[in-house]
Write a protein that binds this ligand. Sequence first.
Ligand SMILES: [Zn+2]
Length: 238
Amino acid sequence: MSESLRAAAARAQQKLEAEWRQNAIRDDGWFDATVPCGAGTPPWPGDTPFSCGWTLRIVTGGSVNLSSITMSPHVGTHADAPLHVKDGARDSDAIPVQPFNGLVHIVDVRDLSGAISRAQLAERLAVVEPVRLFLRTGHSVAEGRFPFSWPWLDAEVATDLARRGLTLLGTDAPSVDHKESKTLDTHHALFNHGANVLENLDLRDVTPGAYELRALPMRLQGADAAPVRALLRMIRAD
Ligand SMILES: [Zn+2]
């Protein structure tokens, strides 16, 4: 990239950051991009689904209703911890908060399949060095079914972005890797460079653009992933 293009991109990014700070003062326009955890939420095939039992019921004489839940932390919207793909790596209690809060760029990749290349991403992305990036694949458990396949970000592109400052890759699909992957290259590429992973978002009503993200992974000690509540507010459409 030429120096003048790089300078123009940097100016555009600065302007957007200023707009974002201005907007952050207001507190309207938020919407929920979270897939709820429920009995009907499709887990990864073979994974533990959500179920809710009762320790106490008022109807049978208890002083309160007291539920007890069982689920994989990968049901519904969640952050993966590095422990998910590497023994001895950080668990979900150590997932940092800052990467999950701030300016995020959302791109629509519903027309793509397979590994998303650098060129395919560049066609859809208004900035060159996103700090946070979400992919709307259109293949999501938010639809009520576990998807057959979905596009994913090529591991080399993920490495390149993470080296240049990407801290969070989010997707509405069940994984940042492809469904049949056993090596989980994109997960490793992100975690090896300090970036984070957010999966199973509900982006059905989201158009491409710049958004403010507020999301908080739960501090589950020893677990390999954490449920997340993810809120978005549009700053600017692309
Ligand atoms: Zn996961």
